[in-house]
Design a protein around this ligand. Sequence first.
Ligand code: NAD
Length: 512
Amino acid sequence: MTQIAEPEMARPSASNDVVPHWIGGRRVPGTSGRRGPVFNPASGQIAREVDFASIAEVDAAVAAAKAAFPAWRATSLSKRTEIMFKIRNLVEAHRKELAAHLTAEHGKVPSDALGEIARGIENLEFATGIPNHMKGGFSEQVSSGIDVYQIRQPLGVAAGITPFNFPAMVPMWMFANAIACGNTFVLKPSEKDPSASLFIAELLAEAGVPDGVFNVVNGDKVAVDRILEHPDIAAVSFVGSTPIARYIYETGTKNGKRVQALGGAKNHMIVLPDADVEMAADAAVSAGYGSSGERCMAIATVVAVGAVADPLVEAIAKRLPKIKVGPGTDPEAEMGPLVTRVHRDKVASYLDIAVAQGATVVADGREHPLYGSSDGFFLGTSLIDNVAPGMDCYRDEIFGPVLTVTRVGTYDEALQLVNDNPYGNGTAIFTRDGGAARQYQFDVNVGMVGINVPVPVPVAFYSFGGWKASLFGDLHMYGPEGIQFYTRAKIVTSRWPDPGTSKVDLGFPRTR
Ligand code: NAD
């Protein structure tokens, strides 16, 4: 068995002026001469820059991962388990520093950042069960003196390409199972908030992950395209917007890779007439505006069925002025800025378009004082009522603190709306009628369903995945399907020499 050397204690460092790559167990400054700005969304200032990898730099990371693979896959399951426990404990111990990186570059408030990390830690915990998850099967005596068994083996070098909105959790969705299964990993995080990945890389090194098992290349399309075509990368996991997810899936599979590519969303929350209006309003506000609406599982559209519409819109509107918008450094802030000015302005632009297209703006986030007075990328909460399916604010994934309400007459109309939508990530139904909820769970063409639960992100021992344009590929992410994704089956048919029973037989092997 390969012994793993104790690494030097790598101190998780504060952010640098330029965020480098992490290759072969150390920080590697970029040499491409290309960099991008990393903003502090709360101040609107460029806080630092991030190196953009060249093809050669991606190749160096893949080479490090490839070189580390043979020893890592041969490392015992119990040693890998021990390391996963150490990673879990280090992330937990350093969660506040990690959360500070999320606040500084993404803008999310600490309660939200710590929630993201807690959900990421669930995936590390799931991966500590790797000896159990990788168990195969054994069939004794399938034929006379012959046994058959299945083992699961890692693929080799796996890559992950991640979005800006969960800079810690989504990488953990991927690398926890990938490396626990014995793969080595190359992460290409979002260029908008890359520091969390470097911080995590240092924690992994401290936990005893050997050099080269986990690598980070920062960058843009150049790095992504090299990952998609690199002959030594066996599998690509992607999370991001739908157009890029489709591109990643098509290009990666064309190049012979196993690909799972999770895309965007437009999550509907159906509220039936018998629902508890106050509970539904609390849920709609929490799920619509949490993380400034920049969650793939955010509720984007409330579908109010029948007479519930008026009291529900009123109850939602009543809650909005109480939401404290501010920088994540303000302990009272509940909702931070958006990730960039360009994105903030695009989100705000939907309000005027909605009015022009005949909707009713009940609350306008541009009226929040920070929208005009701060250099940060703030926008208050917006609520748009009387939204029809043809309108831009219904059709597009806005990905901001804008909640729309569509009024329908019946459950069937509500269901039709959800099933006609091209996205199928998450949905929720609010009702006191168990039969109606069960019918919805049966009928709806969406991958993750909440019953009186607005953000039904599965726990780590299930798997996460949408349907339709929200996921390209066959396997959902993390949990049991994550183990399947990062391993392949090998079936062994075995017979031990039994003198005297052997003979020549040119017929096709039969079991009877
Ligand atoms: P994005 O698609 O712009 O970027 C995601 C990743 O792809 C980043 O690493 C980025 O550098 C890279 N990328 C961007 N443009 C590229 C291009 N032209 N070619 C190659 N690579 C490219 O997404 P984002 O804005 O960072 O994240 C928000 C999106 O992610 C939303 O649509 C959201 O719904 C989605 N998302 C989905 C899930 C899910 O589980 N389904 C989870 C989180 C976020």
